[in-house]
Structures are given as C-alpha cells and as structure tokens.
Design a protein around this ligand. Structure first.
Ligand SMILES: [Zn+2]
Length: 254
C-alpha cells in the first residue's frame, strides 16, 4: 500500500518538476522579447535623431539660399546706385557695403556647400540605420512568434499535466497528500529517489544511500526502513519524501 503511494508520489513529483520546467522555459522568452524591444527602440531613436539633424541642416540651407538671393538683389541695387553718386565719399560708402555683401555671400555659399556634404553623410547614415532597424524588427518579430507558439503549446501541456496531477493526487490518502503539498511549497520535487552507490559487482548497495534532492546521505536506519514500505519516509536533512528505485514512474525512466 505504501509502495503504491510512493509510486504515485514519485509520479506527482515528476509532473510538478515538468510544470516548473515549462514555467521556466516560458519565463525566459518574455524577457528576451522585452530586451529586443528595448534594442529596437534604441535603434529607432538613433534613426529619429539623424533624421532630425538632416531636417535642421536642410532648413539652414534653405535660409542660406534665401539670404543669398537677398544679398544678390542688394548688391545689384547698390551697383545701380553707385552710378549716380555725387561724390567720392558716397561712392566709397557703397563700395564698402558691396564688399561686406560679397564677404557674407562667400560665407553663405560656404555654409550651403557644407550642408551639401553633411546631407550626403546623413543620408548614408540614415540608410544604414534603417537597415539596422529592419534587422532588429525582424529579430523581434521572430522572437515574438516563438513566444506565441511556445505559449500555445505550453498552455496545452500545462493543462494536460494539471489534469493528470488532479487525477493522481485524488488517489492518495489525505495524510500523504497533505504531506506532499506541504513539502511542495518549498520544493518543485517534493518526492525524490533514494540513490544507492554501486558496488564492485555493479549492483546497488542498498545499505547505503543518499537523497537525490539535497544529496545528503541517509542514516543506515532510515535506509533499512525505506525498503520495508511500512511508512512514508522523509529525508532527514531536507524533508523531501524518499522513494525507492522500485517506485520510479515508467515515463521518467530514460
Ligand atoms: Zn534531502
């Protein structure tokens, strides 16, 4: 009877271990998706920044072109006025103004030239950054698809395991069930195999053994009792329920 209970407890522990593994498997994926989203946002923000720089440079160039036109108009007007001056003083004053206009024109043309260079450079960087963003987007998309797929499978597997768990636990006497649930609050594997070392003949030495949950050696008394199946025995160190190799659930043997 105790042996049947131990077999059930061993199967229960195998189910609970699988449930925890499923949770962990899913646990990393949402984190990875979040990281990729962050990386994506960072790349997008760099792209926005370069686009803004380009816009500012183009605005500066438009302003410079308007100013160049104004300066040319003024220069032309002054040229006309210079023909009708009445004295040298007026002539010199206009000459100085025209010189100032030409200096500024030079400055504005230089600015336009430098924007042209900057624009070329920024366009190239935008192209590269757009490719970077697209790559990041594809990576993110793939990870999101993976998460969706795993979550769907996960839901099915989890549902099946929980159904099995309910069936199994229903077959246990209430004390065994309460004991298991109490230990399960601390460990995913609340019931573990008592492992025995192998002798020189390759056979297990049943007089010695250790808990495979905390790896502590069991006392010789405990080890003797455990194979008598007179009660449910727990590890003296971690309190996990100990079962023997005769109670290993078939599906977890590999
Ligand atoms: Zn233990």
């Amino acid at each position: 009877m105790i042996k049947d209970q131990l077999t059930t407890l061993a199967r229960l522990a195998a189910i609970d271990t699988q449930l925890e593994e499923l949770e962990e498997e899913l646990g990393e994926l949402p984190q990875e998706v979040k990281q990729l989203e962050r990386a994506m946002r960072a790349k997008q923000s760099v792209l926005d920044d370069i686009r803004l720089q380009l816009e500012e440079a183009q605005t500066a160039r438009s302003n410079a072109r308007v100013r160049v036109q104004e300066l040319h108009d003024r220069e032309k007007l002054l040229g006309e006025q210079q023909k009708t001056v009445r004295n040298n003083r007026e002539f010199d004053a206009i000459t100085r103004e025209i010189e100032a206009i030409r200096a500024e024109l030079k400055e504005q043309e230089r600015l336009i030239g430098s924007v042209n260079l900057t624009e070329e450079n920024l366009q190239q960087r935008i192209g590269e950054q757009e490719k970077d963003c697209n790559d990041a987007q594809e990576l993110l998309q793939a990870k999101e698809d993976e998460l969706r797929k795993v979550a769907e499978e996960h839901d099915e597997d989890t549902k099946k395991l929980i159904d099995d768990r309910i069936l199994l636990i229903g077959t246990l006497p209430s004390e065994a069930r309460a004991l298991y649930e109490r230990i399960h609050e601390r460990f995913a594997n609340a019931a573990v195999l008592m492992r025995h070392p192998r002798g020189s003949n390759g056979q297990p030495v049943y007089s010695r053994g250790a808990c495979s949950g905390c790896f502590s050696a069991g006392s010789s008394l405990r080890i003797q009792q455990i194979r008598k199946y007179d009660a449910i025995h727990q590890c003296e160190h971690c309190s996990r329920i100990l079962f023997t190799d005769e109670c290993i659930p078939a599906e977890s043997e590999d």
